[in-house]
Ligand binder design. Structure first.
Ligand SMILES: [Zn+2]
Length: 109
């Protein structure tokens, strides 16, 4: 199968380590483009990764939260599940930056 991203090479099968939140979920069969490194996990492999992420307690960490106020600033509550995985503590320094019109990225420093 030709790489759909760069269209310059055929995908090759390779074992790829899958890491989420800095936690390795193991090595999985993937199709990797030797030119642009685009990596594709097939359906049944994606299911295996999902199972491993569930076992590790890091599956589906997206949560709905809301913006509150703190003095003249706005604050965002970080849900407990996310705070636990990232080992966040009160007073922890982070860098916050908008990455799109509707997206904010928070990096723990
Ligand atoms: Zn490619």
């Amino acid at each position: 199968m030709k790489c759909y991203k760069c269209e310059k090479a055929e995908f090759a099968k390779r074992k790829v380590e899958f890491t989420q939140f800095g936690i390795s979920l193991g090595k999985f069969d993937a199709l990797v483009c030797p030119i642009c490194e685009e990596t594709v996990f097939e359906g049944k492999i994606s299911k295996q990764i999902e199972e491993q992420a569930k076992k590790a307690g890091i599956w589906g960490l997206a949560r709905r939260t809301s913006i509150g106020t703190s003095g003249s600033s706005l604050d965002v509550k970080v849900p407990k599940a996310i705070a636990e995985v990232l080992k966040l503590k009160k007073g922890q320094e982070v860098i916050i930056e908008p990455t799109a019109k509707n997206k904010i990225e928070i990096t723990v420093v």
